[in-house]
Design a protein around this ligand. Structure first.
Ligand SMILES: Cc1cc2nc3c(=O)[nH]c(=O)nc-3n(C[C@H](O)[C@H](O)[C@H](O)COP(=O)(O)OP(=O)(O)OC[C@H]3O[C@@H](n4cnc5c(N)ncnc54)[C@H](O)[C@@H]3O)c2cc1C
Length: 263
């Protein structure tokens, strides 16, 4: 490591002030600290968000759940109201990484980081959620902008994410054996006005699959998902899997997710 200063704000106002002045927000540190050790990131000042109470908690707000940016994966996985009201989201959190990652990693950190194989971005996009920041509200469809890129501006903090509760939903992933990140992950959610299907792990970043959405809006069955042709053209090929393999997984996992959502 190299020299840097660490600030520990206890109010959102102070955290926002520090971020606006150039401090890098530190949430669970599961990505940021590793990047700093590898010299991929070299902030001069960190603002540790763990003492900011306004960023914690999970609450029901009408037909939605609002999850604080500093909610740890374990908090989301174990929250009784969420498990009852939006079980697919709690289930997703319970499958992230390992125990240490779940104990430390946060929803805000994961969504701000927008790793192309991360799980939460698929839940945010698949739910048509709203990212609430220190400056504004951003619809999920506008938030994710490709590889580790989001609509967040310099100094803008995620404070919470609002998830409208669907009629049915499920998350299914084929995990990479070493990290448990998604080789491919599918989050699908059925709402009164249609089905949303978000794919993670397969491309440059999380994306919606319009063909699957149209087929499942018409017929919410595993057969309808399996019948959709998945184009491998824009998908990733790497040492873990070819684009063709990932394309096949998208179809297979979506069919499994529909079965899971149907119970
Ligand atoms: C071994 C391992 C396995 C993992 N497996 C999985 C997996 O299976 N699935 C999965 O989805 N993820 C996985 N992860 C990622 C993990 O879940 C964390 O979510 C992720 O590392 C970042 O979250 P964090 O809270 O640690 O953020 P940090 O590392 O603290 O921050 C990440 C980035 O987000 C910024 N940031 C943090 N909070 C905010 C905020 N509120 N507003 C604006 N910017 C902010 C930081 O400045 C930084 O740039 C894994 C990580 C590890 C190390």
């Amino acid at each position: 490591m190299y020299a840097f200063t660490l600030e520990r704000p206890t109010t959102l106002a102070d955290a926002v002030k520090l971020s606006a002045a150039g401090a890098k927000p530190l949430a669970g540190g599961q990505t940021l600290l590793a990047s700093m050790k590898l010299r991929l990131s070299a902030p001069e000042q960190l603002a540790d968000l763990s003492g900011v109470k306004e960023l914690t908690g999970i609450r029901k707000d009408g037909d939605a759940f609002v999850v604080g940016a500093m909610a740890r994966h374990l908090d989301v996985a174990n929250d009784a109201a969420l498990k009852a009201g939006y079980p697919a989201l709690a289930d997703l959190a319970s499958r992230i990484g390992d125990r240490q990652v779940r104990a430390m990693g946060t929803m805000g950190g994961s969504v701000a980081n927008n790793d192309p194989a991360a799980c939460y971005p698929s839940a945010v996009l698949g739910s048509g959620a709203t990212v609430i920041t220190s400056q504004r509200e951003i619809a999920a469809d506008d938030f994710f902008q490709g590889l580790f890129t989001t609509a967040l501006e310099e100094g803008e903090l995620i404070t919470a994410i609002r998830f409208p509760v669907p009629q049915r939903a499920a998350y299914v992933k084929q995990r990479q054996k070493a990290s448990h990140f998604s080789l491919v992950g599918i989050f699908l959610a059925q709402y009164a006005d249609g089905v949303r299907v978000a794919v993670t792990g397969a491309g440059n970043g999380v994306f919606r699959h319009k063909g699957l959405e149209a087929a499942l809006t018409k017929s919410f069955t595993p057969e309808a998902a399996a019948a959709v042709e998945i184009d491998a053209a824009d998908l990733n090929s790497d040492l873990h899997a070819s684009a063709e393999y990932r394309a096949n997984l998208i179809g297979v996992l979506t069919a499994r997710a529909v079965s899971k959502a149907l119970g």
